[in-house]
Write a protein that binds this ligand. Structure first.
Ligand SMILES: *Cc1c(COP(=O)(O)O)cnc(C)c1O
Length: 372
């Protein structure tokens, strides 16, 4: 009946196999600590974004359990209908305070936040400038806005200025999309320089803080600060922090907010508890970056700027082989291949967590040094 569909899928899969770009799911049981069990083998994971080790923290898990018992497993509706349970405004107030912003809006995920924010603020008569290495969902939001979308070379503020100079006039509104910490490279966006430029050209800057929150010093705040509850906060969901007016506008106009079910009570409660712990335990928050810097020093790599350190390999095949060799030595370091990263830059992405011990970090550095 759908023979052509089957043929299409099989041919595409064969192409992906030939290029070593097919992706497969592996059942993984995380924890305790930085442990991850796969196919019955206990590995030390350097591939989790749970930077502060909070996803399995007993206090966070208890908060999730209590919220589910009290408010139910699901929100039961979209936020604007009946899904706005009390934990959501409570979480928004805490996020806004943490970020030094007037207000916040919680979305179903970070991906959904970025799908909703840009199209709610700009349209066909407008301009969006996106860092070349920005996350897939920032690009998706930019394209959905139907504005003119231009890419600027990664972190190249001079090139960004040239693009603004050439393209800003004649466009009503303009946005610049960047990240505080880039997800696959671990380097930091040039946020202060971009904010200064944005001021001069009347452009609105959206900073994606998915990998920054709780891990790196935030520095200057952008007018639009989005992020996720799913990484350092160990839960699930996304958010935007901004002025009251911007948040009120998005509450009415962001389609990925309006037309989807509210975040489950357990996820909101877990994120709230994790935020409390993050603020109360600065030594925990300082740990992932310190471990990443210990690792880069051991391997003679440029000093880590975040909890993420890339080990550039090149081809997808070589990245998979290095990942497999590390797995045989007890380390889980997943290979990152195109199109997640540009062609020819397949890599291992090493992510550090407060749950790692110094000895585990040193052992990984030794294993990598021996294999390269
Ligand atoms: C993970 C990530 C997101 C998406 O967040 P989710 O909550 O996982 O959907 C958005 N932006 C960046 C930069 C990310 O790394």
């Amino acid at each position: 009946m759908s023979a052509s569909l089957e043929r299409f899928a099989q041919a595409k899969l064969a192409d992906l196999d030939a290029a070593a770009l097919r992706r497969r799911l592996a059942v993984t049981v995380r924890g305790p600590g930085a442990e991850a069990e796969r196919e019955g083998r206990a590995l030390v994971s350097f591939s989790c974004n749970d930077y502060l080790g909070l996803a399995r923290d007993p206090r966070v898990v208890a908060a999730a359990r209590e919220a589910a018992a009290r408010y139910g497993a699901g929100a039961g509706g979209s936020r604007l209908v009946t899904g706005n349970h009390p934990l959501l405004p409570a979480l928004e107030a805490r996020l806004a305070r943490h970020k030094g912003k007037e207000a916040a809006l919680v979305f179903g995920s970070g991906y959904l936040a970025n799908l909703g924010i840009t199209p709610a603020l700009v349209g066909p008569r407008d301009l969006v400038l996106v860092d070349a290495l920005a996350h897939s969902c920032l690009w998706a939001g930019a394209r959905m806005s139907a504005a003119a979308v231009l890419r600027f070379p990664h972190n190249d503020v001079a090139a960004l200025e040239a693009l603004l100079e050439q393209n800003r006039t004649g466009r009503e509104r303009a946005m610049i999309l960047t990240e505080r910490v880039f997800s696959m490279d671990g380097d930091r966006g040039s946020v202060p320089e971009i904010l200064a430029l944005a001021e001069r050209y009347d452009a609105w800057t959206l900073v994606d803080d998915a990998h920054g929150l709780g891990v790196v010093e935030p520095g200057e705040r952008a007018p639009l600060e989005m992020g996720t509850l799913s990484k350092s906060l160990g839960s699930y969901g996304g958010y935007l922090c901004a002025s009251r007016a911007v948040i009120d506008l998005l509450t009415s106009r962001a389609r990925s907010f309006v037309y989807t079910t509210g975040l489950p009570p357990a996820s909101a409660a877990a994120a709230l508890e994790a935020l409390t712990i993050l603020e109360a335990e600065p030594e925990r928050a300082a740990r992932p970056l310190r471990l990443a810097q210990r690792f880069t020093a051991r391997l003679g790599l440029p000093e880590a700027e975040s909890a993420v350190v890339p080990i550039l390999v090149g081809t997808a095949e070589d990245a998979l082989a290095l990942s497999a060799a590390l797995e045989a030595r007890g380390f889980l370091v997943v290979a990152i291949r195109p199109p997640t990263v540009p062609a020819g830059t397949a890599r291992l992405r090493v992510a550090f967590s407060a749950a790692h011990g110094e000895a585990e970090v040193d052992a990984l550095a030794e294993a990598i040094a021996a294999l390269r």
